[in-house]
Design a protein around this ligand. Structure first.
Ligand code: DAH
Length: 362
């Protein structure tokens, strides 16, 4: 190859270089890349544009190969490739450094003394809080929890409980019947679960039946068409009314405080004889009179009595051998008394502003 052909014919910045100069140029660029220092994102970008961008200064060197003597073409190609790789490696190094520094900076910018952002915790519904508490109190004295269906038949909700079809006591509980099956209904109380337990369990029986019940009531501040009950049943030999009173008194003291007193008033339920209604001394005013107890010092919490022998016989239990007591309480009523909620509808509306007030639990 003549000397003249060592000049590039390409119109590039290297076109005037002779071959030895081209090798020198590669060396020079290699050193330049090696010694490059950057301080900022902008400088990294300038580096990229200069050595790796679309119009970078390495690219024209590849074109020079046609002007290189054959015996040195290989050497030249390798040198230019190495130069390009060097630029790429350097650039990757800069980027890594930049990212490491950025996360350092980020860590430094976190103010460890700043107050945290509190997690939003959910809260239990007041009805659940009260129901769980009732279950827990009765569990401690040996009551097991029994649960069963909400769609019941007439027998378990009424007839077995000594309330045959034409019995006036049926009017006490307005009932929702299923449209396509008038034999079936939405249970009006969880006493139906007591009947179911007596169907499959022999005495002694000691259960509580928490659950949802339905009645065809006009919805108002004091009444709803759905609510919850906790009913209890204890059947064994020689169970007496004194046992019932002791059990209710224990519950009242655990639920409302140890200074709480109870009183019972004669009442009527078809499934118990005698039947009573239970009042507790007002735990808001302690007996001085307030608008929760309507200035009577007492608030009603439920009904109870000795299980009518007829009910035991209906369920295949020998009423000569066994006696029992039963009680029933409305969960919403107790929750409303306890938290002084004056409208039962609040318990079914799921308004978070209302529910958030129960975050602390009982
Ligand atoms: N089942 C009654 C009601 O829903 C409450 C009740 C009263 C249940 C007396 C009982 C009981 O077990 O003995 O109004």
């Amino acid at each position: 190859m003549s000397q003249s052909t060592q000049y590039s014919t390409l119109n590039t910045q290297y076109s005037i270089l002779i071959m030895s100069d081209i090798f020198d140029k590669i060396k020079e660029l290699t050193e330049e890349i090696e010694n490059s220092l950057v301080q900022s994102v902008e400088e990294i970008e300038q580096f990229r544009i200069k050595y790796l961008g679309t119009k970078n200064i390495i690219k024209p060197l590849f074109g020079e190969i046609r002007n290189v003597a054959n015996e040195r073409k290989k050497e030249f190609g390798q040198a230019v490739n190495a130069l390009k790789q060097k630029a790429e490696a350097k650039f990757d190094g800069f980027k890594e450094e930049l990212e490491a520094n950025a996360s350092d900076e980020e860590a430094k910018s976190i103010d460890l003394t700043a107050p945290g952002i509190a997690e939003q915790l959910g809260s239990r519904h007041p009805v659940s809080i009260v129901m769980n508490r009732m279950v827990e109190i009765f569990s401690r004295i040996g009551f097991n929890v029994a649960q069963d269906r909400e769609i019941e038949d007439d027998w378990h909700n009424f007839t077995a409980l000594n309330t045959p079809e034409d019995h006036p006591a049926r009017d006490m509980q307005d009932t929702y019947y299923l449209l396509n099956d008038p034999e079936r209904l939405l249970r009006t109380h969880t006493s139906s679960v007591q009947v179911r337990v007596m169907d499959y369990q022999k005495p002694p029986i000691r259960v509580i039946c928490p659950g949802r019940v339905y009645r065809n009531e006009t919805i108002s501040a004091r009444a709803h068409c759905q609510f919850h009950q906790v009913e209890g049943l204890y059947i064994a030999e020689k169970v007496s009314f004194a046992d019932l009173k002791q059990t209710i008194e224990y519950f009242a003291k655990e639920m409302f405080g140890h200074q709480t007193k109870i009183r019972v008033r004669p009442s009527f339920f078809p499934f118990t004889e005698p039947s009573v209604e239970v009042d507790v001394s007002c735990f808001i005013c302690g007996g001085d009179g307030c608008n929760v107890c309507k200035y009577t010092s007492w608030v009603e919490i439920g009904g109870c009595g000795m299980v009518d022998p007829k009910v035991l016989e209906n369920c295949g239990i020998d009423s000569d051998k066994y006696t029992g007591f039963a009680f029933g309480m409305g969960v919403e009523r107790i929750a409303m008394l306890k938290y002084q909620i004056n409208d039962i509808r609040l318990l079914f509306e799921n308004d978070v502003r209302f529910l958030q007030q129960f975050e602390a639990g009982l």
